[in-house]
Write a new protein. Structure first.
Length: 623
């Protein structure tokens, strides 16, 4: 089985040896000198397995393992620690807690090493390899445990140096200095665990770096993406740092800072006086060396850290390693704070959006109620507006519409306000206004969020629709009242039926015609039932036939029939339709009932008189 192996080792000779061993067994190898480079390569071309040392610059093996196991693309790739220095049981436990598949101590026979790598990959591919259990460490806890391992190893190194060069003063001074630096770094890391305020963290970090005299002075500058100064902190420089502040505000970085931002390694300056003569801080670093490094984490540069140390230690690898370590920890803390700020921002934004949606929802509920007037709606909307804004305790609101004004109790004219026109179509009928009674920080639209601008526009748009609906509702109500009055007072009975003969409407004066109330008529539900129950048996079939023809494209009908009133009296009724029409996909017909009993009686009387007159006339003629 041929594998693609990513080898991560900062020692060039060790890296080359392991690379050649693996290639000798037919495997392909990608090589990286530190964790940051390895992470970049793995993301670009995921390997079959990762074999990593632990102590490395920029990003060590522990950090690399944690980054891989938290990355969706890389978390299932087997991760192997291969180290000769971190051999204690605590080191192995910590490595496995980060998700590593195994922990191999150097040296190991090539055959054994390659066989073990192949077996792990084969198990992973077949699904036989149980997923690594990653301990859910908080960033601060990971940092503390991680540094514990690093510090333990550094302490070992310090102890080794003390044992080996006790007779040499230079070595003693070096150990002393490393201890001071180590103490400073410990204090910084303790600070990182507990301090959550960025500016206080930076200031305290600088203070702690010089407190033990491990560093002579230190300063940190946080920059934005364009290189502009965001904030700064210093220790050991005092008023001498003021010119540098002004320089940074102008976007003019000293040479060491420019170089640090462009390269991954530490910038080391052994003689600042000759190298950086034009720098305003050069004199403060006379007789000392300078180290500068970019504060970078997860590919983002936050700024830079610059310190001065005794010149004899500025090129020391251990010194530089510790300096990289503290810079990485500070950058990690800044990254963690940034994530927390983003989480808080998103949480706040979500709460604001919920408030805005609740406002619009409540406005909709008020508008849908049938028991409220337009004035009550407008006043209700005004009262709903302040809670939907960022600072409800100082928010007031006003709606002006149709020459009326509706206000919150605390309303006052304000210089900090948003307003929007209320329109029906293209015609302005009023406005809605929201203001702050006190000044607040500048945001998207003065002290207001762009979402609040959108909210007030949405409120105005809804008020326009509500106003239009209410005006139409009032007009309809007035029209219905006029229609109801007309229908109730004419002598004829007005009716409406659907194509299924359903009784859709009958005017109240049906009671005057038939003796049955409007409600009693509705209860029948169907005109055919009405015909069967109240019409003269001799008229029923004709009435039904004519009624049905009205929906078959024929002309409106006009018929007469006898109808039995509730009191038992028979009357004559003229029933006529006035045409059919379609509404919502259904046919309807309107018509009128007219009591023609008296007319029928008059016709009968005329007929009787005519017949009598005809008989008399015939008698006279015959005579």
């Amino acid at each position: 089985m041929k594998l693609l192996v990513l080898v991560v080792e900062d020692n060039e000779d060790s890296r080359y040896l392991l690379e050649k061993i693996l290639q000798g067994y037919g495997h392909k190898v990608m090589a990286a000198a530190d964790g940051a480079e390895a992470l970049e390569q793995a993301l670009a071309q995921p390997p079959d397995i990762i074999v990593s040392d632990i102590l490395m610059p920029k990003m060590d093996g522990y950090q690399l393992c944690r980054e891989c196991k938290q990355n969706e693309q890389l978390k299932n790739i087997p991760f192997i620690f291969y180290t000769a220095t971190y051999t204690r049981e605590e080191d192995e436990k910590f490595a496995l807690s980060l998700g590593a598949e195994t922990f191999i101590v150097k040296p190991t026979e090539p055959d054994v090493l390659v066989q073990k790598l192949s077996e792990i990959v084969e198990k992973a591919r077949s699904g036989a390899l149980a997923p690594a259990e990653v301990a859910p460490l908080e960033p601060s806890l990971f940092l503390a445990e991680h540094d514990k391992r690093i510090f333990a190893k550094l302490e070992d190194k310090v102890a080794q140096l003390e044992a080996e060069i006790t007779q040499r003063k230079k070595a003693e001074e070096r150990i002393k200095h490393l201890n001071l630096v180590l103490k400073a770094i410990r204090s910084v890391n303790q600070l990182i665990v507990r301090e959550k305020d960025r500016d206080q963290l930076l200031k305290s970090a600088c203070d702690n770096l010089i407190k033990t005299r491990g560093f002579h002075n230190a300063w940190i500058a946080i920059l934005d993406e364009s290189g502009g100064l965001v904030t700064y902190a210093e220790a050991g420089l005092g008023e001498d740092f003021l010119p540098m502040i002004e320089q940074l505000k102008r976007g003019e970085l000293p040479d060491c800072a420019r170089r640090a931002l462009k390269q991954p390694d530490i910038v080391v300056i052994k003689d600042p006086i000759s190298t950086c003569g034009e720098c305003s801080l050069a004199e403060k670093c006379r007789g000392r060396g300078v180290m500068a490094i970019c504060l970078e984490h997860s590919g983002k540069a936050y700024g830079l850290l610059v310190t001065s140390v005794p010149v004899e230690f500025v090129a020391d690898e251990e010194e530089q390693s510790l300096f990289q370590e503290v810079a990485g920890d500070i950058a990690f803390a800044l990254h963690d704070m940034e994530l927390e700020e983003e989480r808080k921002r998103l949480e706040h934004s979500l709460k604001e959006r919920v408030k805005e949606l609740q406002c619009l929802y409540d406005i909709g509920n008020i508008a849908q109620r049938l028991d409220v007037t337009s004035d009550e709606i407008y006043q209700g909307v005004v009262n709903l507006l302040p809670p939907a804004w960022q600072y409800p305790e100082i928010t007031c609101a006003r709606i002006t519409i149709n020459d009326k004004e509706f206000r919150t109790k605390n309303y006052a004219e304000s210089r900090w306000k948003l307003s929007a026109d209320i329109k029906i179509g293209e015609t302005k009928v009023g406005s809605v206004e929201v203001g702050y009674l006190e000044a607040r920080p500048e945001l998207d639209k003065g002290p207001f969020l762009k979402e609040e601008r959108q909210l007030i526009d949405a409120v105005a748009e809804r008020l326009g629709r509500i106003t239009e609906h209410k005006e139409a509702e009032e007009a309809l109500k007035e029209s219905e009242e006029r229609y109801r009055s007309l229908v109730s007072n004419i002598p004829d009975v007005v009716w409406t039926e659907d194509e299924n003969d359903g009784i859709v409407f009958v005017s109240p004066n049906i009671e005057r015609l038939t003796g049955y109330t409007q409600e009693e008529t509705y209860q029948l539900g169907n005109w055919m039932k009405w015909f069967d129950r109240f019409l003269h048996p001799g008229d029923i079939e004709h009435a039904k036939t004519v009624s049905k023809k009205a929906y078959k494209g024929e002309k409106p009908y006009d018929i007469e029939y006898r109808l039995k009133r509730k009191d038992g009296q028979w009357i004559w009724v003229n029933d006529r339709s006035v045409g059919t029409y379609e509404k919502d996909g259904k046919l309807y017909a309107d018509g009128l009932f007219t009591d023609i009993t008296e007319l029928k009686r008059a016709e009968e009387e005329i007929k009787r008189v005519a017949e009598e007159w005809g008989t008399t006339f015939d008698s006279i003629t015959d005579s």
